[in-house]
Design a protein. Structure first.
Length: 440
């Protein structure tokens, strides 16, 4: 059914006078389970079909969505929107869509039928997570588990047809001992097992250690970042590689082949990763996806393009459409050769960061930003955690932060969170000589 309606929409749009059409169809079943105060509080399942369209006429661009309705036929919907597009100004920079057909690789570990059949076993998984956090010393546990199964179909006026089927899961666990003693961790993937027990154990352990925090410190410190806060910062670095962000004056990555990170940092966008939460064989105009190295040992190597922006810059699309603005699929950070505990041994005076929020840029071009650590924050002296602290702010620039990374752990975690919407595979890192202040 979804392919039939998609093809009808494309056909009627062209008939009504559109020059180019992309129809992106998503059929999805989403289940969410929320837990609060150590108990499951709410469960719900939603099923829906979305038809999203990208239409051009005389370089005028319109994006819209179609909802099947008895009040409006597909033909009427298409005629109305093609008429509407005539009132829009042309986009002189627009250079068209990719020409198909294409061959697509299979993305490994992207569909697990067992996730679709979990049923009440999902409740057991959550209870295991709650018990794991309580065992570590938490008093209260809250969070959620999300399960998805979906089918995507893309058809365009440029001889492109692409379909894929997949599953996903995401878990977030917050553990609390008291007002200040909290821990948080997330995990995500495409296949079983769901790692909520491991996620909850970490959150509970951090919450217990964070009891009775002392006032924060100020000055220059060496910092150890867990993967959860790092995902936030590496998300910002990856999005800065979008050619749209560069053209909008919102990117610190201002010149290719220039150093923006230390030799320890290799950062990529990769939609082909096995078990990657956002992995897909095609971008939103049907171009096959690939791995794009953004920072190669600290050197900036490529902007992320769709077909139109690539033609303007006389280069090749990187498979990152976003038809309006290219963006990353999965962020990937090369691991290092340290065990995480070895990172602590390299610090004489430092701070251990397990989470951050309210990360904001003061200047996009220089990459100047500040962010507020939350949950467990710990002072490190001579390679060991001394005691928990509270109420500090981190101030730096993205180039300084990336250039000051001196060591990375040898184990990656796939993280997705409120401030890291793009899933990120990252190890823990040691960053030297970063400014800490107290929030005003």
């Amino acid at each position: 059914m979804i392919t039939h309606i998609s093809e009808q929409l494309k056909k009627e749009m062209l008939k009504a006078g559109a020059d180019e059409v992309v129809v992106i169809t998503t059929q999805q079943k989403a289940t969410q389970l929320k837990f609060v105060n150590n108990k499951i509080a709410k469960t719900g399942t939603e099923e829906f079909i979305n038809y999203d369209l990208f239409i051009t006429k005389n370089k005028k661009i319109l994006t819209t969505s179609f909802m099947p309705s008895e009040k409006e036929t597909i033909k009427e919907f298409c005629q109305k929107n093609v008429k509407l597009i005539n009132y829009l100004p042309p986009n002189k920079n627009y250079k068209g869509l990719a020409e198909g057909p294409f061959k697509y690789r299979k993305i490994e570990q992207s569909y697990d039928p067992k996730i679709e059949k979990l049923g009440e076993k999902a409740v057991d998984i959550i209870e295991e997570g709650i018990n794991a956090a309580l065992t570590e010393g938490a008093k209260r546990v809250a969070g959620n588990l999300e399960l998805y199964s979906f089918e995507n179909f893309i058809t365009t006026s440029h001889n492109v047809e692409f379909s894929e089927k997949g599953t996903k899961w995401y878990s977030s666990v917050r553990a609390l001992v008291d007002q200040y003693a909290t821990g948080h961790m997330t995990s995500c993937g495409r296949m079983l097992p769901i790692k909520i027990e491991e996620t909850a154990s970490f959150a509970g352990e951090i919450a217990k250690k964070a009891k009775n925090p002392q006032p924060g410190v100020e000055g220059k410190f060496d910092l150890i970042f867990e993967p959860l806060p790092l995902a936030n910062l590496f998300n910002l670095a990856a999005y800065a590689a979008s050619i749209f962000e560069f053209e909008s004056g919102l990117s610190f990555l201002t010149r290719l082949n220039e150093r923006f990170g230390s030799e320890k940092v290799t950062l990529a966008d990769d939609a082909t990763l096995p078990n990657g939460f956002n992995s897909t064989a095609a971008d939103l105009e049907g171009v096959p996806t690939r791995r794009n190295i953004i920072l190669d040992k600290g050197i900036f190597k490529t902007y992320l393009h769709n077909t139109s922006t690539a033609r303007r810059y006389k280069t090749q699309t990187t498979g990152n459409a976003g038809l309006i603005s290219p963006g990353p699929w999965n962020v990937w950070v090369a691991p290092g050769d340290h065990k995480k505990e070895e990172l602590f041994k390299e610090i004489k005076r430092g701070v251990y960061i397990t989470n951050i929020w309210y990360t904001r840029f003061q200047n996009y071009i220089t990459g100047e930003f500040s962010t507020i650590p939350r949950d467990g924050i710990f002072l490190i002296k001579n390679g060991k955690i001394e005691y928990p602290i509270k109420e500090i702010r981190i101030k730096s620039t993205m180039p300084e932060f990336l250039k000051n990374i001196s060591a990375l752990s040898n184990k990656q975690h796939q993280i997705k969170s409120w401030e890291a919407d793009t899933p990120t595979f990252t190890p823990a890192v040691l960053v030297k000589n970063i400014t800490i202040t107290k929030p005003k």
